[in-house]
Design a protein around this ligand. Structure first.
Ligand SMILES: *Cc1c(COP(=O)(O)O)cnc(C)c1O
Length: 355
């Protein structure tokens, strides 16, 4: 692939704030774009980040034909080299999301080449610091102007990047979840397993209500019986019950997180028994009463892993055991971030260097 490159005339890198970077508030100098012409991807280009022109009748704006990805580039504290973490998995998941929404897919090779080229041009934007990284957001949407309800005939693929801080910057303190028994995120046969814009749109109202009531995130329950645990906000969820780790199975209503898969792989290597299955709120409450519930945590690229401190369910607060420095969540956090930042040897072929 030949990528046309138009350099920004002046860098905006001095605009990076000294303190908290936040999450996706400031974007790096360049972005990647290419278009689907009806039978092939054309005009791959890297150009200054800025507004794009879009036709008001663009299908994605009206009917949500839009999928995205999320991954990060990490700067090694010892060797100063920049690494991506499991980008091939993001490429595969993007393909799966595309199929669900009738979007032409971007080949994994092109996906990876575009990211590497973009990150290498904006390498100065990959922050230093243990809980900082460059968040990479690929986005693919139907750009054809039509009000007909069908798949678009033209598409735009974009990649933008943003220096970020970890999502929950709260010094290891756990989060407070509201188990949502009215609104749901996904239902069987829907798009819960695809990383698509509409899944997020459906969560905005309940998220806003729950944030107003003092909760950090929503604990999504299944869309049929509102009994089984699905996800914690935009994270997959894990329960440590006795000597077993339980996480909801990928039934189609749950997003197949790459952090989820990373955590499962590491936990298996550490000798934990893993169960990927449905788990009800009743089971969680019973396990808590009998002392069998040791901890629970959420996992996702933005936050790595975060302990869950309390769950509000049907008017009652369930207090989880305090996750101390030796908690499984903390051990996983350390193991995963050390791999991401290239501090420990990568025996899985997960790290991809950006040169
Ligand atoms: C992206 C996402 C996750 C986490 O996936 P990672 O690959 O681990 O970042 C979990 N749940 C939802 C709904 C998501 O969109």
């Amino acid at each position: 692939m030949h990528i046309d490159i138009q350099q920004a005339s002046v860098s905006r890198i001095k605009e990076i704030p000294d303190g908290d970077l936040g999450f996706g508030r400031i974007f790096s100098d360049h972005m990647f774009s290419m278009d689907w012409s009806g039978d092939t991807w054309i005009e791959p280009r890297i150009h200054p980040y800025g507004p794009i022109e879009i036709i008001p009748s663009a299908l994605a704006l009206h009917y949500g034909q839009s999928v995205f990805e999320g991954l990060k580039a990490y700067r090694g504290p010892t060797d100063d080299r920049i690494r991506l973490f499991r980008p091939h998995s993001n490429a595969q998941r993007l393909k799966a999301s595309c199929e669900r929404l009738c979007i032409p897919c971007v080949s994994p090779d092109i996906f990876l080449e575009a990211i590497r080229e973009l990150v290498s041009i904006d390498c100065a934007w990959v922050p230093h610091g243990p809980d900082c990284s460059l968040y990479i957001r690929p986005l693919l949407f139907g750009s054809e102007g039509t009000l007909a309800v069908r798949a678009a005939s033209t598409y735009r693929f974009l990649i933008i990047t943003a220096p970020v801080q970890e999502y929950f910057n709260r010094q290891g303190q756990g989060i407070y979840l509201k188990a949502e028994h009215r609104f749901t995120r996904a239902s069987p046969g829907g798009t819960g397993g695809a990383k698509t814009a509409g899944n997020y749109a459906a969560t905005l109202q309940p998220m806003s209500d729950s944030a107003g009531a003092g909760f950090d995130q929503i604990l999504w329950l299944d869309g049929v019986e509102h009994r089984y645990v699905e996800e914690a906000g935009q994270m997959n969820i894990f329960f440590h019950l006795g000597d077993t780790i339980v996480t909801p199975d990928l039934s189609g209503t749950i997003l197949p997180g790459i952090t989820r898969d990373t955590a499962l792989t590491i936990l298996r290597e550490w000798g934990y028994k893993i169960e990927e299955r449905r788990i009800s709120m009743d089971e969680v409450i019973t396990a808590s009463k009998t002392g069998n519930l040791r901890e629970a945590f959420g996992a996702g690229t933005a936050a790595v892993v975060v302990p869950i401190d309390r769950i509000h369910y049907l008017g009652q607060d369930l207090q989880l055991p305090q996750a101390g420095n030796h908690s499984l969540c903390q051990q996983l956090y350390q193991a995963i971030t050390e791999l991401q930042f290239g501090v420990t040897q990568d025996n899985h072929g997960w790290s991809v260097l950006v040169d």
